[in-house]
Design a binder for this molecule. Sequence first.
Ligand code: DX5
Ligand code: ZN
Length: 217
Amino acid sequence: MTQKTLISPSILSADFATLGAEIAAIDAAGADMIHVDVMDGHYVPNLTIGPAVIKALRPHSQKPFDVHLMISPVDPLLEDFANAGADIITVHPDAGPHTHRTLQAIKGLGLKAGIALNPGTPIDAIDYLMDDLDLILVMSVNPGYGGQSFIRSQLTKIKALRERIDAVGRDIILEVDGGVNPETAPLCRAAGATALVAGSAVFKGAGTYAENIKALR
Ligand code: DX5
Ligand code: ZN
């Protein structure tokens, strides 16, 4: 499959004092999506931003907001994230008791729905959910922080998911998140990923944002 690799910079590594300008800058630098990491200090140890900040950021880019919810419970806040301007909402299956219902709720809000698999989560978490998914996010670090090292065992998972997606023949984005840099990006692509999240490699890489994004493609 020859397909352009989508790059979704994670604003977790951006300058939080100037987030609007940072988003405009990565947009101009060629980002395909804007990855927004939402953490609640409960499902994951870290705490970041919520719907009010996302709503304030929305006018700063027309690119899709790829919102990664690391919160539990997740259902009560889905509508707030939709109203804030999310285009894709990705949830963790162990963040709530009824993943299928959560995915239906996201689709019911008119958004694309994704599921995120932690490094220790087996791929059978997506059994029976393939018809409802627009995106599968493989976590190649444990969720909670930017700047961690890529966990290589996840390449096997990416390959297995690629086969499953090809078998059902649906247009599901296969995205990788965590420790993605110019060395690990080609491994992810070779395994079958179609989208890459990168925080440190874009915002703290050696070059300009445009150069850093280009180095990941
Ligand atoms: C981790 C987040 C990631 C993270 C990626 O919980 O989901 O999106 O910010 O950061 P890097 O690219 O620095 O590993
Ligand atoms: Zn993320």
